[in-house]
Design a protein around this ligand. Structure first.
Ligand code: GLN
Length: 546
């Protein structure tokens, strides 16, 4: 029997070095070698999940098929491996503590003092180990930076697990930074040394060091890191800055990452490895044949992490056409404050996209963007809130319902969009009242939808039954359907019971589609989502070839 091996990935020196991408790229390499992998992320904050956090705090909330609101790194895991993650694959300190405290109240620990060690660490260990038997490798990324107070229970659990499972079944890879100091003309190894010391202080010796740097590591520095950090020189892997994240599997492989890991586990590592799948993606990104500009009119445009999957899905749409994508991020409030600038800001775009979002801020600006796209025949894609706004815009400006609005923004006598009160989830009717708690109570995860035969969207998907991931509390009001269809806004996708609008398209326009779900979550670099490929294709019709 093949025993599951565990690879723990920790980070040191500073955050944002790309631990999520490193985990995902390593998984892709092991997958290419034929291994079955599972990826997990442990986050050291007290929220039970990131669903209630502002995107500025934590970036995008990634939704899994089974409806969990998770860390955006799970999006990278899915895009690199094409394996769907589940709610079991992202755990936070908040979730662990809340489970342990619930158990304590139930009386499960009767007679004992409940403590971080062993109760919290036991809970962490069982979360890491749960349902891993069928995998060759489980890659567990630890959020945060070594040395943070918050990470300690996670690190202690890893230390214990290495003893429980054995050193030959576990490995720690630590990601650090080698800064280039121009005045010294050197890549400095000291922060890496200190960071590894922090790990050693809590009883963990990493086997592989992945060192983020802006140039190759000279052999003297490599030797120095190896000596001071107690690893082999070959186990010091350079993670050099690179033009696209999709080149990481190739680059890490060239540096020997997968070879060193397999060597540690005494597993065969036959080379050359066929990485043509990744080479093709990188080639399409590096040598585009055309280019296109897409304007994204949103609310969190100053932090690109808030729209991570969207950004990637647009790139994938570009890969499908060998097109370079220029993204213009436009703050919706800017359009609101300067209505005269709408033309200047949007007319350079070959496609306009209004993404998902929450709350009232910037709504009017988004509405103007929809109108501009609709009236000027510019390809338009609306996602979730973007669809709700598109419907309201058409109601106001085409169907002559001036009061049309959403109950999310205000009380309204024309609720084109209203709070969802019940919906069907796998034959079960779920109900929500207005006063329900906010965490985890939206319509979340994968739901089926039925597309109208011969609709544009059905043609793009090549089928009339689809499944897509959702995250919304409000719905387009089906009672306005005939009024809107009369003016050309066709309801071309519905939930199977025919009650929840899922897709609308405007008939008198070259490409105007809006969807209630989040297609960006299911797009892959090697399998661009049909809606994004279609949107970029339509935008390209407006652009000139290079
Ligand atoms: N705020 C809207 C709702 O809750 C849209 C949500 C979204 O765009 N993800 O329905």
């Amino acid at each position: 029997m093949f025993m599951t091996r565990f690879i723990f990935i920790t980070g040191g020196v500073v955050s944002s070095l790309g631990k999520g991408i490193a985990s995902a790229a390593l998984a892709a390499l092991l997958q290419t070698r034929g291994y079955k992998i599972r990826l997990r992320k442990l986050d050291p904050y007290l929220n039970v999940d990131p669903g209630t956090m502002n995107p500025y705090q934590h970036g995008e909330v990634f939704i899994t098929e089974d409806g969990a609101e998770t860390d955006l790194d799970l999006g990278h895991y899915e895009r690199f491996t094409d394996i769907n993650t589940t709610r079991e694959d992202n755990t936070t300190t908040g979730k662990i503590y809340s489970d342990v405290i619930n158990r304590e109240r139930r009386g499960d620990y009767l007679g004992t003092t409940v403590q971080v060690i062993p109760h919290i660490t036991d809970a962490i260990k069982s979360t890491i180990l749960a349902n891993t038997e069928d995998f060759d490798f489980v890659i567990v990324e630890i959020g945060g930076t070594v040395g943070d107070i918050e990470s300690l229970p996670f690190l202690e659990s890893i230390r214990q697990l290495r003893n429980d499972l054995g050193m030959d079944r576990t490995l720690v890879m630590h990601l650090t930074l080698l800064p280039w100091i121009p005045s010294a003309g050197e890549l400095k190894t000291k922060p890496t040394q200190h960071s590894v010391k922090e790990l050693q202080n809590v009883g963990i010796q990493p086997q592989i060091l992945l060192c983020r740097c802006d140039r190759p590591i000279p052999s003297a520095e490599r030797q120095k890191i190896a000596n001071f950090c107690n690893v082999k020189p070959e186990a010091v892997i350079a993670a050099q800055d690179i033009d696209t994240i999709y080149a990481c599997p190739i680059s890490y492989h060239t540096e020997g990452m997968d070879r060193e890991i397999l060597r540690y586990f005494r597993l065969p590592h036959v080379d050359p490895l066929n990485l043509s799948k990744w080479q093709n993606i990188v080639h399409a990104l590096r040598y585009p044949k055309t280019e296109v500009t897409i304007a994204i009119v949103g609310k969190y445009t100053s932090l690109l992490d808030s729209y991570k999957s969207l950004h990637e899905a647009l790139l994938h749409g570009g890969i499908a056409h060998k097109a370079k994508i220029h993204l213009e991020w436009i703050e919706a409030e800017t359009l609101e404050k300067n209505p005269t600038q709408i033309h200047t800001l949007l007319s350079c775009a070959h496609g306009i996209l209004v993404p998902g979002g929450f709350g009232e801020r910037g709504i009017q600006g988004k509405m103007e963007a929809v109108r501009f796209a609709r009236e000027n025949n510019i390809p338009f894609l609306g996602i979730c809130l973007g669809m709700q706004i598109a419907v309201i815009e058409c109601a106001r400006n085409l169907a002559n319902i001036p009061e049309a609005s959403s109950t999310e923004f205000d009380q309204t006598c024309e609720p084109l969009v209203g709070l969802m009160r019940e919906w069907i989830h796998e034959d079960e009717r779920l109900r929500r009242s207005e006063n329900v708690q906010l965490g985890g109570t939206m319509r979340l995860g994968s739901y089926p939808a039925v597309l109208a035969e011969k609709s544009r969207v059905a043609k793009m998907y090549g089928t009339t039954t689809i499944r897509e991931r959702h995250r919304h509390r409000y719905e387009v009001n089906i009672h306005y359907r005939s009024q809107l269809e009369k003016v050309g806004l066709i309801f071309s996708g519905l939930s199977p019971d025919g009650l929840l609008p899922e897709v609308v398209e405007y008939a008198h326009h070259p490409w105007f589609i809006a969807v209630q779900y989040h297609p960006e979550l299911k797009s892959r670099p090697f399998a661009p989502h049909p809606l994004f490929a279609g949107f970029i294709g339509a935008a390209l019709q407006q652009a000139r070839p290079l």
